[in-house]
Design a binder for this molecule. Structure first.
Ligand SMILES: [Zn+2]
Length: 151
C-alpha cells in the first residue's frame, strides 16, 4: 500500500505529522477486519510486537493507515523503498480490508506476497485499491518492500 502516499500533493500541511492522530479505543473492533479488538490484534503490533506473518503485517499496516500511525508505517517499510514521510490524505477514509490471497510469508519464509483489496472513500466517493504487496525479512522482521502490481 504505497500508491496513495507517493501521489503528489498540493499541500504539505500533514506531511510532518508523526504521532497517530486518529484515536481508536483498545476495545474497538480491529479495523483490519478480524474478529478481535484493536488492542489484541493490530494494536499489539503498533505497540511493538513482531508480525508473525506477512498477512499479519499487511493487516497491521492497513490498520496503521486507519489510525494514521505514520511511525509504524515507516518502520515496517524496507529502507530501500521507504518514503521519507507518510502523507495522509484527509479526504480518504479507509472502510474495509479484504485479503484475497497470500503466498509464503510464514515463519519459515524470507519473502511473501499478500494480494488484497482495500476499500475506501475519497471525498465520500467509494473506491478501492487492489494490490499485490511484496514483503521481505529485514533484520529478522517482516517489512513491506513494494507493490508487485496495484490497480
Ligand atoms: Zn487487526
Amino acid at each position: 500500500m504505497s500508491r496513495r502516499s507517493s501521489r503528489p500533493r498540493q499541500t504539505s500541511a500533514t506531511s510532518t505529522r508523526i504521532a497517530p492522530v486518529t484515536a481508536l479505543a483498545p476495545a474497538s473492533p480491529c479495523p483490519c477486519g478480524l474478529s478481535a479488538t484493536y488492542a489484541d490484534c493490530c494494536g499489539r503490533l503498533h505497540a511493538g510486537a513482531a508480525a508473525p506473518t506477512c498477512e499479519a503485517l499487511m493487516r497491521s499496516r492497513y490498520a496503521a493507515f486507519v489510525v494514521q500511525d505514520a511511525a509504524y508505517l515507516l518502520r515496517t517499510w524496507h529502507p530501500d523503498t521507504r518514503p521519507s514521510v507518510i502523507d495522509f490524505d484527509p479526504a480518504m477514509r479507509w472502510v474495509r480490508l479484504e485479503i484475497l490471497a497470500t503466498t509464503d510469508g510464514s515463519a519459515f519464509h524470507t519473502t511473501g506476497t499478500v494480494t488484497f483489496r482495500a476499500h475506501y472513500t475519497d471525498n465520500g466517493r467509494p473506491d478501492s485499491l487492489h494490490e499485490q504487496s511484496r514483503f521481505v525479512r529485514h533484520e529478522g522482521a517482516w517489512v513491506y518492500s513494494a507493490a508487485v502490481f496495484a490497480d
